[in-house]
Design a binder for this molecule. Structure first.
Ligand SMILES: [Fe+2]
Ligand SMILES: [Fe+2]
Length: 182
């Protein structure tokens, strides 16, 4: 009788699957937070910031779906995250963008921690996959810092906030994100 061939179903170890599922939660939380910020901005008449954040929320969902596909194709199971503790109101437009920057810094740290684990566990496939996120985080942090600089350069008095909102509307991600999760 012919012996069954050993065909390993997974290339992802359990620890990495867990870490990537935690990253899924983070990207899902980014998407939900930016959606909430977009809505608040819209109610306050900051229409350009609102559009910027709606678009950013979509991009974060794209980041999450990219992880779903990777985890499942590598033999793991991507879990739809429970998203809680989303803030709905903000003191000011500046506070919104301060929170965007803070959040992006946390996401960068999380990605770098997983990259460290990839090297330690010699998971070069996931290491390679995560390089896209490393580049993306550098761009997103730069963009968030640029948005905050506008508040210092332009100032918030008089037509300042209106002008800041206009300038935020002109910002775009250098690598306009096209969701690639098929
Ligand atoms: Fe992201
Ligand atoms: Fe982000």
């Amino acid at each position: 009788m012919k012996q069954n061939l050993i065909t390993p179903k997974r290339s992802l170890n359990k620890e990495m699957e867990k870490l990537l599922n935690e990253q899924i939660v983070m990207e899902g939380k980014s998407s939900a937070s930016y959606l909430s910020m977009a809505s608040w901005c819209e109610t306050k008449g900051y229409n350009n910031s609102s559009e910027f954040l709606y678009k950013h929320s979509d991009e974060e969902r794209g980041h999450m779906l990219k992880l779903f596909k990777y985890v499942n194709q590598a033999g793991g199971h991507a879990i739809q995250p429970e998203i809680t503790e989303i803030k709905h109101t903000f003191k000011s437009l500046r506070e919104v963008f301060e929170e965007v920057l803070q959040h992006e810094i946390q996401v960068t740290k999380s990605i770098h921690d997983i990259v460290d684990r990839c090297l330690a566990s010699k998971d070069y496939t996931t290491f390679n996959f995560l390089q896209w996120y490393v580049v993306e985080q550098r761009e997103e942090e730069t963009m968030a810092r640029r948005a905050l600089e506008l508040f210092d350069i332009i100032g918030e008095d008089g037509v300042g906030l209106w002008t800041i909102d206009q300038e935020i509307g002109k910002m775009h991600n250098p690598q306009d994100f096209v969701p690639d999760h098929r």
